[in-house]
Design a binder for this molecule. Structure first.
Ligand code: NAD
Ligand code: WQD
Length: 333
């Protein structure tokens, strides 16, 4: 299939483009490079032996999207979004405009070009504060604690309404848990600008000596060691999940929701220890106050993705840390 990949230069998008090429699909990337660098396109070419088609454009530009979608596109994987939780609190309009506005513009362009297959990047954040663990897809959507989270809840609703109005749409909605790691080659990975918000990129910068120490946000949660527990998933496993969802549901109209995680949680302290082992570096940390809006624990029930998509994860926490370290310690800067 010829697959339009919005946000395909970014962290998860670039790994998915590699997986698409490896699975014999033809990705066409569209990205405005607001949070990524064009050099990634060449590095995808080095990994796969095929430099993907790339268009620098904004998904809110309906005219450009309609032109792109009309050029033989069979399906779209929609990653393009802003994702910094703190920034979304400070500048909510930017997030509603880019994420919700961008999704609406892209969907109308796809529909007018007759493309009715879309894989959507959602997030475990839509569950809010979980009442019960593990989280299953049938649990109700919760209350988001920030505008970023609300954009994901709103976009999921837009997609459900779209399918009610036009039943031809096939829309796998993939709810990612905590994507981390990097390509095992060390050629592509996550490259956050400034001080990272998320745990693993922060830990990586401490290991690399760029930051002093990790601040552990709370050690008084009702978890085995008191620190927050999350379901970290290797970005390559996550990428493969998109290919499975695309293949399984390509001629299967409907809205299909899947959790993508490993099904097991790790604490902040476990992750720090695993990264120390992977990097061979001491990672100093300090316990500080809880971060507002954080939940104690979150991990997925992944049975549905296993039974419907035949998908399960291959990589564990040690691989996630080892591949992240390979990327961070050798990354071109
Ligand atoms: P990323 O920032 O690395 O990638 C997003 C890409 O989209 C970037 O290359 C950016 O330049 C591009 N982009 C943003 N707005 C655009 C626009 N209007 N037009 C064109 N391109 C645009 O982020 P990521 O971690 O790869 O996340 C990809 C998707 O997965 C996002 O939708 C994100 O919300 C979702 N997600 C991410 C996580 C995570 O922890 N990384 C977790 C759950 C869900
Ligand atoms: C993980 C754990 C922190 C940083 C966020 C978004 C979510 C999704 C994924 C996109 C928590 C602790 C963190 C640090 C720490 N993104 N921590 N010190 O909060 O689970 O999810 O990213 O959809 O929407 O909210 O991930 O990596 O920020 O935190 O102690 O410097 O690490 O308290 O327990 P989170 P995270």
């Amino acid at each position: 299939m010829r697959v339009l990949v919005s946000g395909g230069v970014g962290f998860i998008g670039s790994h998915t483009v590699v997986a698409l090429i490896e699975a014999g699909h033809e990705p066409v990337i569209v990205d405005n490079l607001s949070n990524s660098d064009e050099s990634v396109v060449g590095r995808i070419g080095e990994i796969t032996g095929h430099v993907p088609e790339f268009h620098k454009a904004d998904v809110r530009d309906v005219e450009s999207m309609t032109e792109l979608a009309g050029a033989g596109i069979d399906a779209c994987i929609h990653f393009a979004a802003l994702k910094a939780v703190g920034e979304s609190v400070a500048d909510p309009m930017k997030y509603y405009d880019n994420n919700v506005g961008g999704t609406i513009a892209l969907l109308s362009a796809l529909e007018s070009a007759g493309v009715t297959r879309l894989v959507f990047s959602s997030s475990a954040t839509v569950y809010g504060d979980p009442e019960k663990l593990p989280l299953t897809e049938s649990m109700p959507i919760g209350v988001a604690t920030n505008p970023y989270g609300w954009t994901k809840i709103m976009m999921e609703q837009v997609l459900r309404d779209l399918h009610v109005a036009n039943e031809e749409w096939s829309i796998p909605i993939l709810r990612y848990f905590n994507p981390v790691g990097a390509h095992p080659s060390g050629m592509i990975g996550e490259d956050p600008q400034g001080i990272p918000n998320n745990l693993m990129p922060y830990v990586a910068k401490v290991a690399a000596g760029e930051l002093d120490h990790v601040r552990v946000f709370g050690a008084d949660y009702p978890t085995p060691d008191g620190t927050g527990v999350r379901d970290y998933i290797h970005v390559v496993d996550l990428a493969v999940g998109h290919i499975r969802a695309l293949d399984v549901h390509s001629d299967d109209p409907g809205v299909h929701v899947y959790n993508l995680g490993t099904g097991r949680g790790h604490s902040v302290l476990e992750l720090i220890k695993a990264y120390e082992e992977a990097s061979g570096r001491k990672i100093p940390y300090e316990i500080v106050e809880r971060r507002p809006g954080d939940v104690a624990a979150s991990f997925a029930d992944v049975q549905k993705a296993y039974s419907d998509l035949g998908w399960s994860t291959e990589f564990g926490l040690a691989d996630m840390c080892a591949h992240s370290w390979k990327w961070v310690s050798g990354a071109p800067r």
